[in-house]
Design a protein around this ligand. Structure first.
Ligand SMILES: Cc1cc2nc3c(=O)[nH]c(=O)nc-3n(C[C@H](O)[C@H](O)[C@H](O)COP(=O)(O)O)c2cc1C
Length: 392
C-alpha cells in the first residue's frame, strides 16, 4: 500500500506532509498568524453550520461541474495562489498546475512562486490564472502582468490583503521567512528530512541552483536566501481602488479581486470592472482577528450576488464545506492548504489525490442534500437553527 493509498481525507495528507517536509516548510504551509485564532475560526464556522438531508431524489443524472468565468470547470473549485509551493515539492507549482489540469479545474500561480510563469504556461496545460501582489514601483506590477498576458494566462487575481505584511511568529522562530535564513536550526531541520533534502532542495541545487523567485521583476528575482528579494518592495501600502481601475484598463482577461471581507469592498471591486471577488482572510495567515469568511459571505452575496462571480476560501478541507459555501451563495471555492498537503506528500499525484478526495466528498454531500447540480443548492439545505445562528 502506498503512502497515498493510506490517505482517506485531507487530514491524512496533512500528516504525511508533516512527516516528509522540514518543520520550517511544513509550518509555513500549515500554520496561521499570531495566535492562530482566524485559522481555527475558519474551520469552526464550517463545523457549526449543519445540513438537512433530502432523500428519495433520483440521482442518476448528476453533474458537479459549472461554468466558471466563461468556461467549464469540472468542480466549483480552483487552486488558490500559494507562494513558494515549489519548496513543498520539486517544481511544486508545476505539480499543482498539472493536477488541476488533470482534474479539469483552474490553477493560480502566485507572484511568490518558484517556477516561472513561462514554464507553467509551456508545460502545465489546463486553465491558468496569475496572482499579483502590487509592487511599490508601479511599473514593476505592469511588467509582471504583461509577462502573464504574453504567456497566455487567462485571469489575473489581484490580492489586496497582503500589502501590510503579516505576523507569523513561528516562521521567524524557524528562520523560515522570506528571505529564508540558513541557520544551525534550519540546516538540522533539512538534514533530518533526507527525502526532501535530496528530492526537493538537492534537485534544485543540481539543476537550476538555489530556488529563486522566478516571477518577481528581474531586479528582485533573487534566490530565496537572498536579503534583497520580495518583502517590502512588494508591499504597496498606498494601493487604492484607483490602482484596480488602472489595472482593469491594462489587463485584457478576467480580473479577480482577492481578500474581500466587507460588502462595500465587493461593490467597489465590481464598480472597478472586476469579473469576480474572493471572500478570503488569506487562510488565517494575515489578520489574526479577521472574521471567518463564511460569516462575511452572506453580506457579499446580498450586495453583488448575480452581478459578479463570488469565490470563497479559507478553511475548505471537506466536500461538505464546499456545499455549505455554495448553498450560501458562493459560485465556487479556492483551495490553498489542501492541495499543498497533497504535493508535500507526493507531488502531482498527491495534489490529484487531494482533489479526488474533496470531489468524492462533495458529490456524496450533494447527494445527501438531494442536489444533482450546483444550481440546485440554496439555503434550503441548512438546518434552520444553524442558519439562523450564522445569519443572526
Ligand atoms: C503556503 C501558503 C502561501 C500562500 N501564498 C499566497 C500568495 O502568495 N498570494 C495570495 O494571494 N495568497 C496566498 N495564500 C493564501 C491562499 O491563496 C488562500 O487564500 C488560502 O490558503 C485559503 O485558505 P486554505 O489554505 O484554508 O484553503 C497562501 C496560502 C498558503 C497556505
Amino acid at each position: 500500500m502506498s503512502r497515498l493509498d493510506r490517505c482517506y481525507n485531507i487530514a491524512d495528507l496533512r500528516l504525511q506532509a508533516l512527516k516528509h517536509l522540514p518543520k520550517g516548510v511544513f509550518q509555513y504551509i500549515d500554520r496561521g498568524a499570531e495566535d492562530e485564532v482566524a485559522l481555527a475560526d475558519n474551520r469552526q464556522v464550517f463545523r457549526d453550520l449543519k445540513l438537512r438531508t433530502r432523500f428519495m431524489v433520483d440521482l442518476t443524472d448528476r453533474d458537479m461541474g459549472i461554468d466558471l468565468l466563461g468556461k467549464r470547470s469540472n468542480l466549483p473549485m480552483a487552486i488558490a495562489p500559494t507562494g513558494i509551493a515549489g519548496l513543498a515539492w520539486y517544481q511544486g507549482e508545476l505539480a499543482l498546475a498539472k493536477a488541476a489540469a488533470a482534474k479539469g479545474i483552474p490553477f493560480t500561480l502566485a507572484t511568490g512562486s518558484i517556477t516561472s510563469m513561462e514554464t507553467i504556461a509551456r508545460e502545465a496545460g489546463g486553465r491558468l490564472w496569475f496572482q499579483l501582489y502590487m509592487w511599490k514601483e508601479e511599473d514593476l506590477s505592469y511588467q509582471l502582468v504583461a509577462r502573464a498576458r504574453d504567456a497566455g494566462f487567462e485571469a489575473l487575481i489581484v490580492t489586496i490583503d497582503g500589502a501590510l505584511g503579516n505576523n507569523r511568529e513561528y516562521n521567524k522562530r524557524n528562520g523560515f521567512s522570506i528571505p529564508f535564513s540558513i541557520s544551525a536550526r534550519s540546516v538540522t531541520d533539512m538534514a533530518t528530512h533526507p527525502r526532501w533534502l535530496l528530492g526537493v532542495m538537492g534537485r534544485y541545487l543540481m539543476t537550476t541552483g538555489m530556488p529563486r523567485h522566478e516571477n518577481y521583476p528581474a531586479k528582485y528575482a533573487h534566490r530565496i536566501t537572498s536579503g534583497a528579494g520580495g518583502g517590502s518592495p512588494m508591499r504597496h501600502h498606498a494601493m487604492t481602488w484607483k490602482d484596480i481601475q488602472k489595472m482593469r484598463q491594462f489587463w485584457p482577461g478576467k480580473l479577480i479581486i482577492k481578500g474581500i471581507l466587507r460588502k462595500e469592498d465587493a461593490v467597489r471591486a465590481v464598480e472597478c470592472g472586476a469579473d469576480a471577488v474572493v471572500v478570503s482572510n488569506h487562510g488565517g495567515r494575515a489578520l489574526d482577528a479577521a472574521a471567518p469568511t463564511l460569516d462575511i459571505l452572506p453580506e457579499v452575496v446580498d450586495a453583488v450576488g448575480g452581478k459578479t462571480t463570488i469565490f470563497l476560501d479559507s478553511g475548505i478541507r471537506r466536500g461538505s464545506d464546499m456545499v455549505k459555501a455554495l448553498a450560501l451563495g458562493a459560485n465556487a471555492v479556492l483551495t490553498g492548504r489542501a492541495t499543498l498537503y497533497g504535493i508535500g506528500t507526493a507531488g502531482q499525484a498527491g495534489a490529484e489525490k487531494a482533489l479526488s478526495i474533496i470531489k468524492t466528498e462533495f458529490e456524496k454531500t450533494m447527494a445527501y442534500v438531494g442536489c444533482r447540480r450546483v444550481s440546485e443548492l440554496s439555503h434550503d439545505v441548512f438546518s434552520p437553527n444553524s442558519l439562523k445562528q450564522l445569519l443572526g
